[in-house]
Design a protein around this ligand. Sequence first.
Ligand code: FAD
Length: 179
Amino acid sequence: PEQRAQADQEDRTPKQLPKGVVLGPDGKPCRSCTSVSSWFAMAKQGTTNPSKVATTTPPAQATASLDMPADCPPDVEQLGRSAWTLLHTMAASYPEKPSSEQQKETTTFMQLFGKMYPCWVCADDFRAWMKDGNEPRVSSREDFGQWMCEAHNAVNVKLGKKSFDCKKWEERWRTGWKD
Ligand code: FAD
């Protein structure tokens, strides 16, 4: 009976989540908020009833060594790379002289993007950044491209990554690198 009591206790004691695992609003681990390395660590550990959330992202090389099949749901990094590709490419194809209608629609798009981005912690921070004196600048392609670059750099800084030189946003996303 003593052994059973101990096993019972272990069953009920919630395990701690591995670093980087973020819960969704439903209290379950949020795949699009969590890196694949943390997700795999959680699966290995068999954590199903977490008591604690750690939000530190593990080092990039931890994920680089993991082979996730291409047809799996995206983790926070894959989703992020795809989202930035879309956003910077939208800026690259934005008109040099947008109409007032295009400017209005673009601002609305960015505000909705900030609400609907599937990684909710990322979305919350992005909306807070926009609210904090960084409303979308949409008066021209150059303006929008620069603003997008600054938005991306704010996330880079938050994640401890190097900032990108915003003078080069157009080479990276529109014209290709100068030789
Ligand atoms: P990415 O940062 O995805 O960049 C892709 C490519 O863009 C780079 O290789 C580089 O060539 C280019 N690039 C880099 N910086 C810039 C720039 N400033 N301007 C133009 N081009 C640039 N992840 C989290 O873990 N936590 C978060 O809170 C979080 N918030 C996010 C918020 C938003 C709105 C988005 C879209 C993504 C967020 N992400 C977040 C994902 C994160 O930004 C990265 O996409 C992810 O970590 C993968 O990073 P990466 O190093 O592969 O390159």
